[in-house]
Design a protein around this ligand. Sequence first.
Ligand SMILES: N[C@@H](CCC(=O)N[C@@H](CS)C(=O)NCC(=O)O)C(=O)O
Length: 121
Amino acid sequence: MGIVLHDNPRSLCAQRVRFLLAELGLPYERRTVPLEAERPARHLAVNPAGGVPALVDGELAMAESVTILRYLASREGRADALALRARRRPDRTASSLGLSPARAVGRSGLRASGLTRRRRA
Ligand SMILES: N[C@@H](CCC(=O)N[C@@H](CS)C(=O)NCC(=O)O)C(=O)O
């Protein structure tokens, strides 16, 4: 069995994972978990807390979007796919930094152009 993502289209946390899977070019099966209804047993078996995203990769099962992002980047040897500032500031948690592949691309692009700097009057 390959990668299976327990997902919901309305979940921004799951969206982070979908972005990284796309960036890494990894094929995966997507299983939609209803968030407004009772969670299917097959989802609770992966994440007893019930939330999405959760990811299964062979024998491994995990929840929490940042954990999943770190796992996938490490699996593919692509630490560069994670936010630069999260690696520069290990004293702050990745989730408090809003770590996501989309932000990583956007922020580093903005930083390079100097657009993120606030000007003082
Ligand atoms: N810290 C978690 C948050 C996950 C989370 O709250 N997911 C929401 C959807 S965006 C959810 O599943 N809510 C329903 C629930 O927790 O039962 C992560 O980053 O994955």
